[in-house]
Write a protein that binds this ligand. Sequence first.
Ligand SMILES: [Zn+2]
Length: 454
Amino acid sequence: MVGCMPEPTPCDLLITGGTVLDLDRADGRIDATVAVTEGIVVAVDPAPDAAERWAPQRTIAADGAYVAAGFVDGHIHLSAVLGAAQPYTAATGPSLFGGAGSTADIGRALHQFLQMPVPADLVEAAVAPVLAALAIGGTTAVVDAGSAGIDGIVAAARRVGVRVAAGPSLHDVLLGDTGEVVPVADAGSVLAAAEDWLMRQQVTPGDLFEPVLTVTEPTFCSDGLLDGLAGLVARTGVAVTFHSHETVESVADHDHAHGRPAIDRLADHGLLGPRCTLMHAGSVSDRDIEVIAATRTCVNVNPLGNGMLGFGAAAERAITRYLEAGVRLVLGSDYTPSMIATGFDLVRAALIVTREAGGADDTLTLEQALRMAANGTVTAGAVADLVVVDRTGPHHVGVDHPVPGLALRARPGDVRTVIVGGRIVVDAGTLVTADPGDLRSAAEAALGLVRSHS
Ligand SMILES: [Zn+2]
C-alpha cells in the first residue's frame, strides 16, 4: 500500500547525521546512519530516511562529527606504569629507555620486569587510569605486549570497558657477557605455567578480553621453548606475539647466540601465520619480509615508541617495504611510563617517520596510516567498536572529509563518544564507566605503595 511505512526495526544504538570513515570505499567516506545491535554494526545506511527505519534504545546525534572504527594500540606494556613510582632522572648515557640499550641489558631488565611479584589489585588500580585516558582519546582496544600482573590488567580493562588482549610473556634464556645463551628457566616449566594460565581463563562470547601469549624475544627463547610453544598454539589456537628484529644489533645478537636467523627458527617451528604478530620488526632483510608476507604474519610497528625508546630502525624503511609486500600492519605505542599515546598520536608518528625515513612524500598515504591505527572499518557485520569525533572546532576549518580530518586535524579532545562492543564507554567526552578522578586517586595510592616498597 502506497505511503505505508513498515514497522521500525528495534536496535540498541542509532548513530545519525555523521560522516562515516570507510576505507573500503573508493572515496573513503559515506554519510550514513549506523545501527548497532548486540555489539555488532547491523547497518550503515546512506538513505536520507534511514533513521526512520529503526527503533533504537538510544540515539547518538553525530551531526558535525566523523564516525570511525575505534583506535587500537597494538603494542603496549600496561604494567610499566608501575615504573612511574620511581622519580625521574636525566639520562647520562645509553640506557633501557634512554636509547641504545644493549640486547643483553634489555633482556635482563625485561626478565626482572616480567617477574615482578605485584598483586593484581595493585596493577588494576595503577593501570585503570591509563586505560581510561586511552578510551577518552578514542582507543577501544589494546594488545598488551608483556606485563607483570596480567589478571589486574584484565580486571582494569573490564572495569573501564576497553577491549584487551593480554597474557604471560615467555622466555627461558638470556644473553651472557660474550653474547652466549644463558638459561634462566626450564622451558617445560615456563610452558606448563602458560598452559595452566590459559586453561584458567574464563572467556565468554562478547567478552572484552582475549588471551594471547607473548614472547619476550626469540633471542631469549631456546629451541625447546619454541617447539613447545608451537605445540601449545596448535592445541589451543591462541594468538601469539613476538618482540623481534628490533635493530641491526639485536638481529646480529640473535644470530650469534642461536646460529641462524630468527625468521627461520620461527618458520621451522610453524609459529608464523595470521595468528602471529611480530612486534617492532623494523630491522628486516628482504628475505624476512618475503617469509612474513608468504605466511600472512601480522607486523606491529611503533614509530612513536621507537623514537622515544631509541630502537626500531625506521631508517631501513621497513614500513614501506612491508606495505609493498602486502603485509598487514598494526600501529602500537610500545608504551612506557613516559607517555600515553592516542591513535591520533600514532597516525601522525607513522606519517612523519615513514615519509621522512622513506625520503619521499608518498611512502605512506593517510588512508594506509588510518588503516594501521584502527580496528577494521565501519561496515555491517563488524564489531561495534566505534568513535564519534567532533569536527566543529576551529582547527577543522575547511575540511569535512574524514581521511584528512581524522589523520591530520582531529585531536583527542574532539572525541565525543566511544563505543566498545556496542556499549557506550565515553559519552559527550566523559568516561561513563568510572570516575576518572577516582581512578587517578586510587592509582596514586597504589604507586605510593610501590614507592614505599622499593
Ligand atoms: Zn614492547
